[in-house]
Design a protein around this ligand. Structure first.
Ligand code: ADP
Length: 162
């Protein structure tokens, strides 16, 4: 049976840390679907359309990866609908671990047939998050090495327009 994994996240925006997890995840599963989801605790800077386009451009060279978005459904419901039996998530630190464990347990309660698989962030990306990069950029700091080129360009454009 084809192993399909769903990588859900807010991706506001995609970082090199996300991209590294995507590349590594794509090697583990037959298909990896990146799901742009709404996180009700976070206010988004990028629109869903922008996020999807940025991710699609950045993963063009990975053949078994595609991108979807979902605004109204539970992650496990989306996974089931897509035939995905695995949820992929990344862990950067102990702080992430505790948060991710709660989500994993809740998803297990909602659908025990879906398994969550975690990849530990590579140390060169373990200190970055979309929100930290947005904050540094807001005050003119250099975050170029941590962003895919297309994401960096759009962030700079948005900053100039402000
Ligand atoms: P969410 O709001 O669902 O946490 P994020 O876009 O912040 O969405 O993160 C999506 C997933 O990617 C999470 O599992 C997160 O831990 C992981 N992630 C975020 N940043 C990195 C990084 N720098 N390296 C590896 N994984 C990361």
């Amino acid at each position: 049976m084809k192993k399909i994994a769903l990588f859900p996240g807010s991706f506001d925006p995609l970082t090199m840390g996300h991209l590294d997890t995507i590349r590594r995840g794509a090697q583990l599963f037959d298909e990896l679907i990146i799901g742009v989801f709404i996180n009700s605790n976070k206010k988004s800077v990028f629109t869903t359309e922008e996020k999807v386009t940025l991710i699609e451009d950045a993963v063009q060279d990975i053949p078994n990866v595609r991108v979807i978005y979902q605004e109204t459904e539970l992650t496990v419901t989306t996974a089931k609908r897509l035939g995905a039996t695995i949820l992929l998530r990344g862990i950067r630190s102990i702080k992430d671990y505790e948060y991710e464990r709660d989500i994993m347990e809740m998803n297990h309660h909602l659908d025990s047939e879906i398994e969550t698989v975690f990849l530990l962030a590579r140390s060169k990306y373990s200190h970055i998050s979309s929100s930290l990069l947005k904050e540094v950029l807001l005050f003119g700091g250099d975050v170029k090495p941590y962003l895919p080129e297309n994401v960096y360009q759009l962030m700079m454009k948005k900053r100039e327009e402000e």
